[in-house]
Unconditional design. Structure first.
Length: 210
C-alpha cells in the first residue's frame, strides 16, 4: 500500500489544529470543547482534525506532549546552556510561553496523566538544580516539590494575579514584574548563587531595554 509522505503543509496544519485545541482546552476545558469547535478555530474541517489526530483524547495527548517538550527545551536552554542572563532568551520565553502555560494551568486543575507527568518532571529538574546544602538533613525533594507547586500556583491563578498586578501576567510588563518578585522572595542560597545571579542579571538587562 502506498503511503503519502508527510508534507510541510501537513505539519503546519497539524500545528495549527494543536494550537487551536490548546487555546480552547485552556479557555473552556476538555469536556466542553468539541472537535467541531477546534476545527472552526483552526479554520479546517472536522474531518481534517480527525485525520491528523483521530480523537479528542489523542489531540489532548498531543497537546500535553508538546507542552512537556517545550518545558524541557526551556530548562535546557535557560539552565543547562546558561541562557538565563540573556535578555533574548527571556524575551523568547515571554513571547512563546503564555498559551502553553495557560493550557498547563487548566490541565493541572482538570487533572490528566500528562499534567501529573509535567508536574513530576518540573519537580525532578528543580531538585536537580537546587543548590547543594551543607546540612545533611536537608530534604531536597520536599523543597523542590514545594517550590514547583508555588511557581505553578501563579500559572493556575494567572487571572487573579493579573487583576492584582493591574497588568496581564503574560504580557511583557507583567511577566517581568512577576519574575523579579519571585527572585525577591527566594534566598539566593536556595537556588544557588550562580543560577540566582544569572536569572537576576537577565531580568535587569531586559528591564534596561524597555
Amino acid at each position: 500500500m502506498d503511503v503519502r509522505p508527510i508534507t510541510e503543509e501537513d505539519l503546519t496544519t497539524r500545528a495549527r489544529i494543536r494550537d487551536a485545541a490548546m487555546a480552547l482546552f485552556a479557555e473552556q476545558g476538555v469536556k466542553a470543547t468539541t472537535i467541531r469547535g477546534i476545527a472552526e478555530a483552526a479554520k479546517v474541517s472536522p474531518g481534517l482534525v480527525q485525520h491528523h489526530f483521530g480523537t479528542k483524547e489523542a489531540l489532548r495527548h498531543a497537546c500535553d506532549e508538546y507542552v512537556l517538550g517545550y518545558l524541557r527545551d526551556q530548562v535546557t536552554a535557560g539552565v543547562t546552556d546558561r541562557g538565563l542572563d540573556k535578555p533574548e532568551f527571556i524575551e523568547n520565553v515571554h513571547r512563546t510561553a503564555p498559551p502553553l502555560m495557560k493550557y498547563l494551568g487548566r490541565a493541572l486543575v482538570d487533572g490528566s496523566p500528562a499534567a501529573a507527568a509535567m508536574f513530576d518532571e518540573l519537580v525532578r529538574v528543580t531538585e536537580e538544580h537546587l543548590a547543594d546544602d551543607e546540612r545533611s538533613e536537608a530534604d531536597h525533594r520536599a523543597r523542590a516539590t514545594v517550590l514547583t507547586a508555588m511557581k505553578l500556583g501563579i500559572t493556575v491563578l494567572h487571572e487573579h494575579v493579573s487583576r492584582a498586578l493591574g497588568t496581564d501576567l503574560y504580557d511583557s510588563r507583567g511577566a517581568l514584574r512577576a519574575g523579579k518578585a519571585q527572585l525577591d522572595l527566594i534566598r539566593p542560597e536556595f537556588l544557588g548563587r550562580e543560577l540566582f545571579d544569572r536569572a537576576r542579571t537577565g531580568l535587569e538587562k531586559l528591564e534596561g531595554r524597555r
